[in-house]
Design a protein around this ligand. Structure first.
Ligand code: CP
Length: 325
């Protein structure tokens, strides 16, 4: 990979000790995450300017490869790349030659001939971003693989908590409750890894059919089947949608019963810490997993989560590309 030489691109340093990819947060230390938050602060400042563009990634090309649907993640990565003057090439499965039988490997090789420096990849199968690192020299960012990981979502969620939690003084002693379809959620898996890495406790809540036992093996993670108990004393409560597209039939007795037991409401939030935040990664099904008015209330930081997706992803692109060989 030979990047364009331009005076606006900071000189590339040795790659020793530098992150090459963002595949899963287990490979990033707490110190690296805090450093990324500091870079995000700078990027967030850029997004408040009249001209929301800097030349930091001029000469680099970012490819977005989405084999599964996305609104927030794809748009914010493309915004994040363009706001730093990178070129963007976009691939989505619909309308591609994959519908004519082309394999994933041949598709990547074809796209790779366009010489992007970094690919942002979403795929319905767990592990695809890892596989792609063997087929290209470019950096790979995991934008969601099956139910396994969605690291930039967890980064923007923790960054939003750091930004919006009144009197924020760190993650130690904080409790995050995640409610809903944990079994099919890559957002839950990445968040439980990151919040506990930063020192918080995580409580997972949902019906037993959607709450895998093995997730309790992570230190700092507990399961709870009663919503009221799970939310008690929480500093942030994150609702997740039911991922019906990944779900086998028979995991829920009925949608009405699920709503009655697990929908996040103002009454349930009254049991949380007085200043607790309401979070949701989206897409949101109003009045199914979360009360519509609660989603729009002062406690809700759902829109901040979406907005913070841009500076967080700017920081990820910058960290991986600048200084890379
Ligand atoms: N939260 C999230 O990943 O949203 P999209 O599916 O719209 O990208």
């Amino acid at each position: 990979m030979t990047p364009a030489i331009t005076p606006t691109v900071p000189e590339r340093a040795s790659t020793q000790g530098k992150k090459q990819h963002l595949l899963d947060l287990q490979e990033w230390s707490a110190e690296e995450v805090w450093a990324l938050f500091e870079t995000t602060d700078v990027m967030a400042q850029v997004m408040t300017r009249t001209i929301k563009k800097v030349p930091a990634l001029q000469g680099f090309t970012v490819g977005t490869l989405f084999f599964e649907n996305s609104t927030r993640t794809r748009l914010s990565f493309e915004r994040a790349a363009r706001a730093q003057s990178a070129d963007v090439i976009s691939f989505a499965t619909g309308g591609s030659s994959m519908s004519k039988g082309e394999s994933l490997k041949d598709t990547l090789r074809t796209i790779d001939a366009l010489k992007a420096d970094l690919y942002v990849v979403r795929h319905q199968a767990a592990g695809v971003p890892y596989q792609l690192t063997r087929w290209t020299d470019a950096a790979i960012v995991n934008a969601g693989d099956g139910r396994r990981a969605h690291p930039t979502q967890a980064l923007l969620d923790t960054y939003t908590f750091r930004e919006c939690s009144p009197g924020f003084d760190g993650f130690e002693g904080k409790k995050l409750t995640i409610v809903g379809d944990i079994a099919h959620s890559r957002v839950a898996r990445s968040n439980l890894r990151l919040w506990t890495k930063l020192g918080a406790q995580v409580t997972l809540c949902g019906p037993s059919t959607l709450l895998p036992h093995e997730l309790e093996q992570f230190p700092g993670v507990t399961r709870c089947f009663r919503l009221e108990e799970a939310v008690e004393g929480a500093h942030a409560v994150m609702a997740l949608r039911l991922q019906l597209e990944r779900m086998q039939k028979g995991l829920l007795p009925s949608l009405a019963e699920y709503q009655a037991r697990y929908r996040l409401t103002p009454e349930v939030m009254a049991l949380a810490d007085a200043q607790a935040l309401v979070m949701h990664p989206g897409p949101m099904n109003r009045d199914v997993e979360i009360d519509g008015e609660l989603a729009d209330s002062e406690r809700s930081v759902v829109e901040r989560q979406v907005a913070n997706g841009v500076p967080v992803r700017m920081a990820v692109l910058y960290t991986l590309l600048v200084g890379r060989q």
